[in-house]
Each structure stands twice: as C-alpha cells, then as structure tokens.
Design a binder for this molecule. Structure first.
Ligand SMILES: Cc1cc2nc3c(=O)[nH]c(=O)nc-3n(C[C@H](O)[C@H](O)[C@H](O)COP(=O)(O)OP(=O)(O)OC[C@H]3O[C@@H](n4cnc5c(N)ncnc54)[C@H](O)[C@@H]3O)c2cc1C
Length: 416
C-alpha cells in the first residue's frame, strides 16, 4: 500500500515537531506527517536541561554557534530569533522565563510540558504523528519522494529531514542512520564528534577527589596554549572532570588534534599575589593547626588535603612546616592546577554532536537542499552546533520554523 502525504517530516524531535506545527499554522491545506522511529515523539527533548529544558538563551550572538561555516546559521537565527521563538511557543501555550545568566526555560520548568504542548498542538492542527515508524530510506521521484517505512511505502511531495545525529544514543533515537544514508547519497559531510561532554583525565589525577564540587574557573589548553576559559561549578569524577564549564570547553578535544589539558583556578576571586599573602598569613596565624586542616575555610576540605599531600607534608604535622617553597607550589596549584585531558566520555554522554551534513548543500535562508528539489533539513543533523546554555534547542527552533515556512512556500509554488 502507498501512504500519501504532502509533507513528510523525518524525526519527531525538537526541530521536527515545531516545524510540523508551524507548517499547519501557515497553511492547513497541506497534509503533514511526522515519522518518528521511537514509540513516542520528543523523547530527547523531555530529558533536556536535567528535565527542565533550557529552551533558549537571551544572548544569541554569533560566537555561540559553531560549524565549518559559522555564518551559515545567522540569517535563520535572525529571522526566527528569540522573539519569534517566544511568540511561537506562546501560541502553543508555553511561556518562557529567564535566569540571571540569561538561560531561558519554560515557566513550568518542565521539559515534559514542552513536549506535551508540541504534541497537543500538532494533533490539534491535524498533523499526523506516526510513532514506531522508522524511515529506512528515501528515493527522489518526479514530483516528490518515495520513503521506505517498516510496513509500507510513502509518497511525499516534500520532505523535511530532522533526524538529528549521535548525542544521547539509541534510547533517545540518536543512531545517526539517516545521516549515514545521506552521506551515501552523496551529500558532503563534516566529521562528527561529541561536544558539550565531560572530559577524561588519567584516573589517578582525580580519584581522590571523586564527587567533590568546586566553584572555580577552568581553561582549556591545546599544546600549552589557552583556548577558552569558563567559570562555574566543576565536578571531579572517577573518569575525569564534569560540570557546566567543562562541558562548555570540550568541543575541540576530539575535533582538533593536539595535547589537551585543563587548568583550574580554585580561587578566581583572588590574584596569585593575594593568595600568596593569604597563605603566608595563615602560616603565621594558624601555624599550630595540623597541616591537614591548613586550608579549612579557604578550600573544599578534600581539595585542600590533596594539595597538602602533593607537597609531601603529613596531615598531622603543624602547618608551620609549610615553608616558602611549599607555599609557592600550593599557590601555583590553587591558581593553575593542570590536568591532562585524555579524551571525552563520547557520544552517549554528550549533549550535542559537532559536524553533520555540510551546510554548503543547503540554502542558508530556506534550508532547501541544493541537490534535490523538495528536500529540506533542519536541526542538529546539519553542521551547526551551539554552546551549552539553550543554544542547541534555539538552533532546532530557528531552523525548524524557517524550514517549515520554506516548505510551505515551496508547495504553494512561490519558491522553487
Ligand atoms: C541529555 C541531553 C540534554 C540536553 N539539554 C539541552 C538543553 O537543556 N538545551 C539545549 O539547547 N540543548 C540541549 N540538548 C541538545 C538538544 O536536545 C538537541 O540539540 C536537539 O534536541 C536537536 O534537535 P533535533 O530535532 O535536530 O534532533 P532530536 O531532538 O535528536 O530529534 C531527532 C528525532 O528523529 C528521530 N529519528 C532519527 N532517525 C529516524 C528515522 N530514520 N526515522 C524516523 N525517526 C528518526 C529520533 O528518534 C528523534 O526523535 C541536550 C541533549 C541531551 C542528549
């Protein structure tokens, strides 16, 4: 049997769901079907932002978005920017609220409510949601495409591909099969690597600190050269380092060859000179305290003890045995503690995949394929990825809404 639809949306994730709703809002005449391989739509979306969905960010400046052609995303992020996205979500019942760092969340603080609102709106507007329905391939035909589904074929006049890439793994539908299919079809691609991901270090360098959280500053270095610095809560794990600043820094590690390290500043509020004076004072004032307690009240207890151990002083010796040379080393560690980076924890643990379908094959205003008429793509499958902080979902919304408009104009015959 041949199933027919005007528009086939491949993938019921963030970009696909908002695009499908937008298509129906723009022109209800066209039939729209979303094909989702998992048993329900929006599975990954419902896990975002630790279940709260960091849906956007106040600052959508170009520096927050990456890809081989960093300018590619700009026209779409301007056309469907913060205000247009907020208007779209308000139209389906979701209001935004922003925290002091500029991150936007649904007012409910529930990612599931974003999925529900998109799903309800899709159904209310007459979008057909076909779940448990993996699209195996698509073949261009005159006037459209034939899609191979598990039990049938489908003819669609236009196709929007929003099947994502690898981050989060199979459980959230990120198997990358459609990406590989397009690669086989001859679409040029950019190498795919995990971004927004934890960093691995030699286990012995962090083992003693497993579970410790500090508020500090982290700098990523390649071959000794500082690339980027981020501040916030840093977490020591048995495999290495995690926490928002680390996730934010990780992008280049698997992308560009080199020797990577992370340098931590444990007390960014103080200069090295100030720390030196503080430590010298402590030796004078608290010299009788056991060295194991020397940092009590200044650094996280286990961090302080690891530092004391590193200068070869036993915890029960008096702090007065910390001589000038030892204080200099402690001071250096507090301001620039270096950890060798051996890699990332991989796609499964990453929030976004850098790379994807090369943007050179797609129009920067409409996301129409330059290779196949009637084919469009949006979301993470394209070689655009954003920083941690709501930028990847914003790209899904901006690209999904723009592609939806372009598909409708294409079918209406106003754009070829
Ligand atoms: C744990 C986690 C937390 C995150 N938190 C945030 C956050 O707070 N803020 C933020 O901005 N970003 C966040 N991200 C990133 C963000 O979720 C993604 O960038 C975004 O979902 C990408 O949208 P998409 O529509 O392109 O792809 P997806 O949302 O991945 O959707 C793709 C869909 O296509 C389906 N599919 C794939 N292949 C087929 C096929 N052949 N046939 C049918 N269906 C198919 C998949 O099952 C999936 O449902 C997070 C990611 C993860 C993994």
């Amino acid at each position: 049997m041949l199933y027919k639809t005007d528009i086939a949306v491949l993938g019921g994730g963030a970009a696909g769901l908002c695009a499908a709703v937008q298509m129906k809002q723009l022109n209800p005449r066209f039939s729209v079907t979303v094909f989702e391989q998992l048993d329900r739509v929006g599975k990954k979306l419902s896990t975002t932002g630790n279940g709260r969905c960091n849906i956007t960010n106040n600052d959508l400046s170009p520096a927050r978005f990456h890809g081989k052609d960093p300018k590619f995303s700009q026209p779409l992020l301007q056309k469907y920017g913060g205000k247009e996205t907020a208007d779209f979500f308000e139209s389906i019942g979701i209001l935004f609220q922003f925290d002091e760092t500029g991150r936007g969340y649904p007012a409910s603080l529930q990612a599931s409510s974003v999925v529900d609102a998109l799903r309800f709106s899709a159904e209310e507007n007459g979008v057909r949601l076909k779940t448990g329905c993996r699209v195996e391939n698509l073949i261009p035909q005159s006037g459209g495409f034939v899609l191979t589904l598990p039990d049938e074929k489908c003819f669609a006049r236009a196709v929007l591909v929003t099947t994502g890439l690898y981050s989060g793994g199979d459980k959230v539908g990120s198997d990358g099969k459609m990406f590989r299919f397009f690669k086989q079809m001859g679409y040029p691609t950019e190498p795919v690597t995990p971004a927004i991901v934890q960093l691995k270090t030699p286990p012995e360098s962090v083992r003693a600190l497993k579970g410790v959280k500090i508020n500090g500053r982290a700098t990523l270095l390649r071959n000794g050269k500082a690339l980027r610095t981020e501040s916030g809560e840093i977490l020591f794990c048995d495999y290495g380092l995690s926490g928002p600043p680390i996730l934010q820094l990780a992008r280049p590690v698997e992308r560009e060859k080199g020797n990577y390290s992370i340098e931590l500043d444990l007390l960014p509020a103080y200069s090295e000179q100030e720390i030196r004076a503080i430590l010298q004072n402590r030796v004078k004032q608290l010299g009788n305290r056991p060295a194991g307690e020397f940092f009590t009240g200044l650094l996280q207890k286990r961090v302080g003890q690891v530092l004391i151990k590193s200068v070869g002083v036993s915890f029960d010796s008096p702090s007065s045995c910390l001589d000038r040379a030892k204080l200099d080393r402690l001071c250096e560690w507090i301001k620039s503690w270096q950890f060798t980076v051996t890699g990332t924890t991989g796609f499964l643990h990453s929030q976004v995949t850098a790379g994807g379908l090369s943007t050179e094959s797609f129009d920067a205003n409409t996301l129409a394929s330059k290779r196949h008429q009637g084919l469009f793509a949006a979301g993470e499958i394209l070689d655009v990825d954003g920083d941690c902080g709501g930028f990847n979902l914003q790209w899904a919304w901006s690209s999904g809404l723009a592609a939806a408009e372009a598909v409708i104009r294409y079918l209406e015959g106003t754009v070829c």
